[in-house]
Design a protein around this ligand. Structure first.
Ligand SMILES: [Zn+2]
Length: 507
């Protein structure tokens, strides 16, 4: 008999410190796709949905497509947004009749106006519909703030093992393979979760250089070879979220006879994460340091290519406003030429440019509109170089083949700097942010990207040097600046904790 398998995606990384609520329109700007429309959009792409589509075909499942929903990280989902998408997924499950399995693509750090643990609530609602014995798996971003409620309601949590995240497809393949084994009666997986009294850990999950995260992943790979151990996932947490559950965790999917061993594994992973808790590799520099690097002559040394300045604290991939101006203003003040900025969110200025047309010169107040305490608008005369709808297809390595939409977009040249000015917030992860706008990133002396780590997948290979700067955006690495009110306490490093198992874990 052909297994009927519900496939759905509902993703959001919520920065509860953002003043911008996340709406249905924010989802529509990235994607909010229902039913069988999901297939043409994602078949052949390298994200989790692309992975599930291929595995459903491979295993001969009858897929039941609910929703694929993803929005750029920002503040809490409005109640309407959360309930609409949740009800669409749960409603599809209810209407589907008999389901044999559920495969989900989630983030794990979604917060709404009414739910601190949105994925836990979604999984619990789905479990209520499908009953206790139907296998349900979920892929997670490795920046998930995973919860006991999530683990209780799934048979496996399968988190990304790369940062930049380039393995979404592979994780869906892994999750679907486990579902197939359960459907064949060869597995009856259960999932447990352990979370230490830590707010941060494992170097935020960076896998671009040797270090604690790569070592933990190597141990996880070894554990997964043991009989009875299905999946060992490391979630490093998403710090900018004022909920009880913020921070790293270990999820183990296991066969019931191996429960004791699964708990031992989770504990040993937590112990190692705790022992190496001070290992943090992100080297945030000042904006002035970024400008100094930009002033250095391009042909110095044997390295070629652009200097990449990563404006990490305004990273829209972590909920940054995508419109802060200190880096652009400093480059203009320093007279830097042959540079490109990708991107500044400013739909009003885009409309102004569209009204004026290509080739016009306009006076702009560019960016800095969301929160002027993070840098005032750049007042300048700008040449409108190019106008477009801002749609492009990612070349990868991240999200290869997936369509992205910057909304109406204007390339503005201010002195010697091309600014990709956009209407939908989007992290700079792909070279097409520039290439699709007629800018060759390899030919620039300086590139500014709004990203903290994901840009490295595409930009490290072309960069002569990378400087990560703290320009004062909301994704500050200085956690003492974050005002937590709901976080479980005590917690390292905010409190005097000397045991990773201190305090109690909220259920
Ligand atoms: Zn992530």
């Amino acid at each position: 008999m052909t297994p009927r398998v519900l496939i759905a995606q509902f993703m959001h990384e919520t920065n509860t410190f953002s003043k911008l609520k996340t709406t249905l329109d924010d989802y529509r700007r990235r994607w909010l796709i229902e039913g069988d429309e999901i297939v043409p959009r994602f078949k052949g792409t390298r994200n989790e949905v692309g992975g599930y589509i291929d595995q459903a075909a491979k295993f001969g499942w009858e897929p039941v497509y609910a929703v694929a929903a993803n929005a750029t990280p920002s503040g809490m989902l409005t109640r309407e947004t959360w309930e609409t998408i949740r009800d669409s997924i749960v409603g599809t499950a209810r209407m589907a009749g008999k389901l044999d399995a559920v495969c989900l693509s989630l983030h794990g750090a979604m917060v709404t106006e009414t739910e601190d643990d949105a994925e836990g609530a979604l999984l619990e609602a789905l479990r209520g519909v499908i009953g206790p014995d139907v296998p349900m798996v979920a892929t997670l971003d490795l920046h998930a703030n995973a919860t006991l409620r999530m683990a209780r309601n799934v048979n496996a949590l399968v988190s990304f093992r790369t940062y930049p995240h380039i393995d979404g497809y592979d994780r869906a393949v892994q999750a679907a393979a486990l579902v197939q084994e359960a459907l064949e009666g060869r597995k009856t997986p259960r999932c447990l979760l352990s979370q230490p009294a830590m707010l941060e850990g494992a170097d935020h999950g960076r896998t671009t250089q040797p270090g604690v995260m790569r070592d933990l992943l190597a141990r996880a790979d070894e554990y997964e070879k043991e009989p009875g151990i299905n999946v060992v996932s490391i979630q490093v947490g998403f710090t900018w979220s004022d909920i009880p559950y913020t921070g790293p965790s270990i999820a183990v999917s296991y066969e019931p006879p191996a429960e004791v061993r699964a708990r031992e594994i989770a504990r040993s992973m937590i112990d190692e994460m705790w022992r190496r808790r001070d290992e943090m590799s992100a080297d945030y520099r000042s904006v002035a340091d970024g400008v100094s690097a930009a002033r250095a002559r391009r042909d110095e040394g044997d390295k070629v290519g652009p200097l990449v300045i990563a404006d990490g604290t305004d990273n829209p991939g972590g909920g940054g406003y995508n419109d802060t101006t200190p880096v652009l203003q400093a480059l203009l003040d320093a007279g830097i030429r042959n540079a490109a900025v990708g991107t500044i969110y400013d739909p009003g200025t885009v409309q102004q440019a569209m009204a004026a047309g290509v080739g016009a010169e306009i006076d702009v107040d560019l960016g800095g509109h969301t929160d002027e305490t993070m840098g005032r608008p750049v007042r300048a005369r700008a040449l409108v170089k190019m106008l477009s709808d801002g749609v492009f297809r990612n070349d990868g390595p991240m999200n290869a083949g997936v369509e992205s939409n910057m909304g109406p977009t204007a390339v503005l040249r201010i002195e010697g700097i091309d600014v990709v000015t956009i209407s939908n917030r989007i992290q700079t992860t792909d070279l097409q942010v520039f290439l699709s706008q007629g800018i060759d990133p390899r030919a620039k002396d300086v590139l500014v990207v709004k990203s903290v780590q994901h840009f490295r997948a595409a930009y490290a290979p072309i960069a002569r040097e990378i400087v990560l700067v703290d320009s004062g955006g909301i994704c500050s690495p200085d956690i003492s600046r974050l005002k937590f009110t709901k976080l479980r306490r005590p917690i390292w490093p905010l409190d005097g904790v000397n045991d990773p198992y201190a305090g109690t874990r909220p259920a």
